[in-house]
Design a protein around this ligand. Structure first.
Ligand code: ADP
Ligand code: CDP
Ligand code: MG
Length: 209
């Protein structure tokens, strides 16, 4: 409080704004294990997990005026306009006391990415990317059993196409900036988490150095 550095920070963030939170984007195809691994990271490393898909599904349930539009887009495997998703993410970040977040399943296209950067001015510390074959992801989604309206073979195929056409280019964008930490996600859950832990431990060692 009250140091020159604090004052400079406040100035840079716009008057009374707090220091920006640390954000890690968690990306990967549908069924690659993003949600599963985020739960592990929360337990071990103290992050708050924000799943864009979960926030959108909660918005449908809440009876919001956008609910029907969101529901239709999810059923078709389409990406909801950034404005809607970013508002939900911003609200979740603001309502939470934590200063470090895993943002799971976002940004899913170039529009998501550019709009988030423009609105929040937050750059991800890195992007955790779960790499998995379509065959394995399909098997997992068909066995997920969470009663999701989009876990049927017809919608799954559409989601795979959207992933290849719209989401992978976002991963490539961050790759060109040296920010992608790629994980082989086809292995059993525990083995995938070993690789995830190595990424987070390396980050902490770097910070302590
Ligand atoms: N490494 C893994 N091996 C086998 N099944 C997995 C693995 N990781 C997750 N699963 C299962 O696959 C399904 C999709 O995982 P989930 O974490 O919801 O993926 P995503 O959020 O990327 O869609 C879930 O039923 C989950 O239990
Ligand atoms: N950034 C995002 C994330 C999800 N979604 C929608 O929500 C659906 C489910 O996303 P999800 O992240 O919960 O799905 P999984 O990858 O976890 O299987 C997507 O197929 C999109 O229709 C979106 O529109 N925009
Ligand atoms: Mg998920």
């Amino acid at each position: 409080m009250g140091t020159v550095v604090d004052a400079a920070n406040k100035e840079a963030n716009g008057s009374i704004a707090e220091k920006k939170p640390t954000v890690i984007f968690v990306l990967g195809g549908p069924g690659s294990g993003k949600g599963t691994q985020c739960a592990n990271i929360v337990k071990h490393f103290g992050y708050t997990h924000l799943s864009a898909g979960d926030l959108l599904r909660a918005e449908i349930k809440s009876g919001s005026e956008n609910g029907t539009m969101i529901q239709n887009m999810i059923k078709e495997g389409k990406i909801v306009p950034s404005e809607v998703t970013i508002k939900l993410l911003q609200k979740a970040i603001q309502e939470n006391g934590n200063d470090k977040f895993l943002i799971d399943g976002f940004p899913r296209n170039e529009e998501n990415r550019a709009a988030f950067e423009e609105v929040t001015k937050i750059e991800p510390e890195f992007v955790l990317f779960f790499d998995c074959s379509e065959e394995e992801m399909e098997r997992r989604l068909l066995g997920r059993n969470q009663g999701r309206e989009d876990d049927n073979i017809e919608t799954i195929r559409k989601r795979f196409n959207v992933f290849l056409e719209s989401s992978l280019p976002v991963v490539q964008y961050y790759e060109s900036k040296g920010k992608v930490r790629k994980i082989d996600a086809a292995k059993p859950v525990e083995e995938v988490f070993e690789a995830v832990k190595a990424v987070f431990n390396a980050k902490d060692e770097k910070a302590a150095a």
